[in-house]
Design a protein around this ligand. Structure first.
Ligand code: UDP
Ligand code: MN
Length: 382
């Protein structure tokens, strides 16, 4: 009798826990969809593993106020209770510096910056001048010639005729770790030389919406330590720092994936100089034996102790781009196209051109953002 009662009680408790878990999961998922603008899969995992609040910055509206139906400092339901608990856990993780700082949408303007304050470095290679760069020159670069700097590895007179800022890095054209770091090192030096307020790096398969980029950056002080982008992993990367010939040290840090683009404030870039300027970037990259974007994360998070601010407005083709909602395309900072899990991956939209004419969707996106472009058809229904 006592045994059967015990079993019933146990079953009841398990049932309760299961129900709570379901409610919690549903709530988390709803919030992630709201915050991530519809991203799922890998990104959802990341946001569970990592969110936190920015520190040392003029604060955004409190997250509680951002969340519909959740009054600040008031626990209304079981779901809220659990979400408070998990927020507490995230904050604890943050304190242990495991999670990158997170920002959802652009903040109110803090600085009155213009596009001319931004330095956008586009990494490319000679074999992609025609295959990739032309599309960018026709679309977003055409509107932003004087803030876009193209870092390549071979001379191309035709390219130079099309746009002013072409920099031949003289780095190897290989896709090796060293070659990519060599280009990043030149990007960094040229940015410092430019005197601009913000350094942004993108790949040659990125579309940059400069309007939203400037809006996002204007919410942060360029003289302070700002590193903003999107990780491609759902946890900090583990690496080994070579201290000397036979001394190694394990490190872990977040980094913004180069394929989605990222930005660094001038204040922070200047602090990175001992590890990034001149030939130092290459030797830092050698020290941890990781690619260029990881090396940037290493210098910022591991060496300087500054945390990545996560933004879901940056997109690489390592995420499912179909998940960017049509109605949100104009709000994104970067977009991409390419392969994801062995399938072609691009923004899903009807747009001005068919997918045969415009497989990357960049021309259609450009016409959505700048319908007055001469080659954009009139009266398109999106
Ligand atoms: N890239 C390069 N040298 C190469 C191959 C690629 O500089 O030999 C550049 C390319 O132009 C792009 C970036 O590296 O900006 C990433 O290349 P890709 O998109 O082909 O690869 P992913 O890493 O995105 O799969
Ligand atoms: Mn790519």
């Amino acid at each position: 009798m006592l045994k059967s009662c015990g079993r019933k009680l146990l079953l009841f408790l398990v049932g309760c826990m299961f129900t709570c878990l379901l409610v919690l999961m549903a709530d988390q998922q709803k919030r992630q969809v709201e915050e991530l603008g519809g991203e799922g899969g890998r990104r959802a995992l990341q946001s569970l593993a990592s969110p936190g609040e920015p520190e040392g910055l003029p604060r955004q509206p409190q997250r509680q106020e951002d969340e519909p139906g959740l009054a600040p400092r008031e626990v209304k339901s079981f779901t809220d209770y659990f979400s408070k608990l998990s927020r507490g856990r995230r904050e604890a993780q943050d304190a242990g510096s495991l999670a990158p700082r997170r920002e959802g949408t652009p903040r109110p303007a803090l600085e009155d910056i213009t596009a001319q304050d931004v330095f956008i470095a586009v990494k490319t290679t000679k074999k992609f001048h025609k295959a990739r760069l032309e599309l960018l020159l026709d679309t977003w670069i055409s509107r932003n010639r004087d803030l876009t700097f193209i870092f390549t590895d071979g001379e191309d007179e035709e390219l130079k005729k099309r746009t002013a800022n072409v920099i031949n890095t003289n780095c190897s054209a290989a896709h090796s770790r060293q070659a990519l770091s060599c280009k990043m090192a030149v990007e960094y030096d040229k940015f410092i030389e430019s005197g601009r307020k913000w350094f942004c790096h993108v790949d040659d398969d990125n579309y940059v919406n400069v309007r939203t980029l400037v809006k996002l950056l204007s919410g942060y002080p360029h003289t302070q330590d700002i590193y903003i982008g999107k990780p491609s992993l759902d946890r900090p990367i583990q690496a080994t720092e070579r201290i000397s010939e036979n001394k190694m040290h394990p490190v872990h840090f977040w980094f913004a994936t180069g394929g989605a683009g990222f930005c660094i404030s001038r204040g922070l870039a200047l602090k990175m100089s001992p590890w990034a300027s001149g030939g130092h970037f290459m030797s830092t990259a050698e020290k941890i034996r990781l690619p260029d974007d990881c090396t940037i994360g290493y210098i910022i998070e591991s060496v300087l102790g500054v945390k990545l601010i996560r933004s879901n407005l940056f997109h690489s083709h390592l995420e499912n781009l179909h998940q960017v909602p049509k109605t949100e395309i104009h709000k994104q900072v970067t977009l991409s196209y390419g392969m994801f899990e062995n399938k072609r991956n691009s923004i899903h939209m009807k747009g001005a051109f068919s997918t045969d004419e415009d497989p990357s969707r960049f021309r259609s996106i450009h016409c959505l953002l700048y319908p007055d472009t001469p080659w954009c058809p009139l009266n398109v229904v999106y």
